[in-house]
Design a protein around this ligand. Structure first.
Ligand code: AVI
Length: 331
């Protein structure tokens, strides 16, 4: 029996609530002519561990470049947003907040009046971060918020005279479909007022070979990260994706700046997701698009900012000019 709300999915209402959106997205994505799966489902416990490993890989330059920016330019970054007025430092998608902690230490040394608000979809990651901060920076005021970015931001209290400084690091902005970046920034601005600020991490356009290598690393960790999505679907919906019948493939388009990752079916095959009464037929060499990671030029960043009515205040880059953390002001 089909469900009116989710016409492509059978018996979806029998699934636990948190799996219903996942089920709908999987079936809709795999029913399209050009098949897709959303990269937002990479991050279960195994996927998050694999992403931690990716961030330490020699080929994945992004984390090193942004850490370099934070390490060597922390005082300049802090001077760009710090004020005598109290503020919330909101870390969107905080994870383990490794890079943010570099600034938090300096802010505490300066005896700044601020509250750290890590915001993450994963409650587990937030709890781990909170206990870690209690040990490492016991004097830091922390108000963690769990959930979807905008739902969690809506809960954020703004006492009178308080400013918001929002961090969105790690090139997470690059994982939105390009048309949605502008929409995301505009939506974010709805939570902000004149005087609030944003720090966004952008991966910059560079030698295409370097970019491609970062998403198809020599150790095969990114491939495992991509395959984990099929493993997660098998586990969640009693599926029979045979991982050996797929290939990880990554290609970069130097004009659009889009780094695309795929899972390619290496043979004709039929896959069943039992819990969803869903059967998928794949032809040999048919591709499932699993992730886009956009790269930007500084000019493109300026255009995006102008479209969202943000004013570019300062641009910080690493010595290789691989990555940029940009400080914007609102209003
Ligand atoms: C989380 N995000 C910014 C990473 C990226 O670079 O797009 C995810 C990732 N995918 C493959 N490697 C890393």
């Amino acid at each position: 029996m089909k469900n009116d709300l989710y016409p492509n999915v059978v018996n979806i209402t029998n699934l636990p609530f948190e799996q219903q959106q996942f089920a709908q997205d999987v079936v809709q994505g795999l029913t399209k002519k050009q098949k897709t799966l959303s990269s937002k489902y990479f991050y279960d416990a195994t996927g998050s561990k694999l992403f931690q490993k990716i961030m330490d890989l020699p080929d994945y330059y992004l984390t090193r470049a942004e850490t370099e920016i934070f390490t060597y330019q922390k005082e300049e970054i802090i001077s760009g947003f710090c004020s005598a007025q109290p503020f919330n430092l909101v870390d969107l998608g905080a994870g383990d907040a490794t890079k943010t902690k570099i600034l938090l230490r300096s802010l505490l040394q300066r005896q700044t009046n601020f509250t750290f608000v890590p915001l993450d979809i994963s409650l587990d990651a937030l709890q781990e971060l909170q206990s870690n901060l209690a040990l490492e920076l016991p004097q830091l005021p922390v108000v963690p918020l769990a959930g979807d970015y905008f739902k969690a931001l809506a809960q954020l209290k703004r006492e009178s005279g308080m400013r918001q400084v929002i961090f969105f690091l790690g090139s997470n902005i690059g994982n939105f479909p390009f048309a949605e970046i502008k929409i995301f920034l505009k939506k974010l601005c709805q939570f902000l007022q004149a005087g609030d600020q944003l720090v966004i991490g952008f991966d910059l356009k560079k030698d295409p070979r370097l970019i491609r290598q970062a998403y198809d690393d020599a150790e095969g960790i990114t491939a495992a990260f991509n395959f984990n999505l099929l493993r997660r679907i098998n586990e969640t919906f009693t599926g029979n994706f045979e991982l050996n019948n797929f290939q990880h493939f990554a290609e970069y388009n130097p004009i659009s700046g889009e780094m695309r990752s795929y899972l390619i079916s290496t043979q004709d095959q039929e896959v069943t997701l039992q819990d969803l009464d869903f059967t998928l037929n794949l032809q040999a060499w048919e591709a499932i698009h699993t992730e886009s990671s956009y790269k930007f030029s500084e000019a493109e960043i300026q255009v995006l900012a102008a479209e969202a009515d943000l004013k570019t205040q300062l641009i910080f880059t690493d010595k290789n000019h691989y990555f940029a953390d940009v400080l914007f002001s609102v209003g």
